[in-house]
Design a protein around this ligand. Structure first.
Ligand code: FAD
Length: 288
């Protein structure tokens, strides 16, 4: 592990971006990924460590222009307890409810989950289903600038994102769900609590009668990043939910993913889980 030479705790986004522009830094939020990885010798710290926790601009949840604007430092516990999140993006609150333990939820941030970019990250699935975008801040020429990327573009692979070394994740922007939206989030792990997903599914759609429209399905832990199940979405779009369409969608989702086998599940098992979980999820939607 490299020696940390400087530790900074900036009080503003501007100050943090300026420090990042000056040289390579490791960013610390809740530390629930960074610290265990460091103890396991899996992290190479940069000479400068920037603790983000004092930056008020990176906290809080607001509603602007019909979007939820979630500060990168918002914890999973805050997401779970927030009225605006429950109303405008209930699938995110549902996923927060399946996240680790209360102790971890109190420290773990939404930004850390996104920047860690694990394909099993629990916040990534609902955010991809909801069409979230991320806002990155940097200070390349002495002025604070922000760029916004769709989450799908931001995530590149396990632990890899399009964040440049001089940027930090500032805000997550989430479009509010339509009033007639239906949503579901399922996560399956090897034990009932405190587990990382073997697979997870997020479903968001509008329901008119018994037909689904604007269907978005996101899958976790079946590819190098979270992915949309576009073939399954197309199978369902505009169609009435009946045993045939539900089975066709579940088969399409199973057939379009190419997961790996690892300690949590074999590739075969993951594909079967996707089929069975999506089928169950759709039956549940059809009945309500
Ligand atoms: C016991 C345990 C159980 C867990 N269970 C789950 C679970 O059920 N589901 C799940 O998804 N995860 C789980 N995790 C993983 C972890 O808690 C989450 O990924 C968490 O959201 C990480 O957030 P953090 O604030 O702790 O990030 P940190 O550890 O502080 O940072 C993680 C990474 O993101 C970078 N980073 C953080 N903030 C920013 C920013 N604003 N801009 C740029 N880069 C940034 C850091 O530099 C680091 O590379 C678990 C971890 C533990 C230890």
């Amino acid at each position: 592990m490299a020696e940390i030479e400087r530790v900074l705790a900036p009080a503003s986004l501007d100050e943090a971006a300026e420090a990042l522009a000056a040289g390579e830094a490791t960013l610390l939020a809740g530390g629930t990924d960074l610290m265990p990885a460091s103890h396991a010798g899996k992290v190479r710290f940069a000479p400068m460590l920037i603790n983000l926790r004092r930056i008020a601009e990176l906290s809080g949840i607001a509603v602007e222009d019909g979007e939820l604007r979630i500060g990168t430092l918002v914890t999973i516990a805050e997401l779970l307890g927030d009225e605006a999140v429950r109303e405008r993006c209930p699938i995110l609150a549902e996923a927060a409810d399946h996240f680790a333990s209360p102790q971890i939820r109190n420290a773990a941030t939404i930004g850390g989950n996104l920047c860690n970019a694990s394909p099993a990250g629990d916040m990534l699935v609902p955010l991809l289903a909801a069409g979230a975008r991320v806002e990155l801040a940097s200070k390349p020429d002495g002025t604070l600038v922000r760029r916004v990327l769709p989450l799908e573009e931001f995530l590149v692979g396990p632990g890899r994102t399009r964040r440049r070394p001089d940027e930090l994740l500032a805000t997550v922007r989430v479009p509010a769900a339509a009033p007639d939206a239906i949503w579901r989030f399922f996560k399956s792990g090897t034990r009932p609590a405190l587990d990382i997903s073997a697979v997870s599914i997020g479903l968001l759609a509008r329901k008119a009668g018994n037909a689904l429209h604007e269907v978005r399905i996101a899958l976790g832990a079946v590819a190098p990043t979270v992915v949309r199940a576009r073939a399954a979405e197309a199978t369902l779009e505009g169609r009435v939910l009946n045993p045939e369409t539900m089975e066709a969608a579940a088969c399409a989702a199973r057939d379009e993913v190419h997961p790996i086998s690892d300690v949590r599940a074999s590739a075969w098992y993951r594909k079967e889980l996707i089929h069975n979980m999506l089928r169950r999820m759709l039956s549940d939607v059809a009945e309500t």
